[in-house]
Design a protein around this ligand. Sequence first.
Ligand SMILES: [Fe+2]
Ligand SMILES: [Fe+2]
Length: 137
Amino acid sequence: MEKRIIEWNAELSVGNKKLDDEHKGLFDKINDLYFGFKNGKDETIIRSILVFLDRYINEHFNDEEEYMRKNQFPGLITHKRVHQEFMKKYEEFKKRYSSGYSAKKLKEEVKSFLAEWWINHVAMIDHQYADYITPKH
Ligand SMILES: [Fe+2]
Ligand SMILES: [Fe+2]
């Protein structure tokens, strides 16, 4: 088994099972994408991972924003903006993929951009609503 590049752990919990499960699912797919590029998996597999990620990221952002809204978290607007900024960067990443960037470069980006962003986002930004909504989680 190759070493994962992104791993969920209990410290990353946001105190809500559904959102935690979504984070785990996203981490799994980001990991799959990394090894997809690394091991030269064929186009169909890479594409299906990206299709899954597209849908899953959108669903997750919606669920999370709804959760913050329902719980009247005062930082909702700022948090939403951070999600939108991610989407912009993610679209640029996908453009580079479509324009035929090398698997090696893309693999590095999965690590330095996708995995990095998600770990930091969950640990620092998502934790702001978690601390507000479920302080003892
Ligand atoms: Fe999140
Ligand atoms: Fe978030």
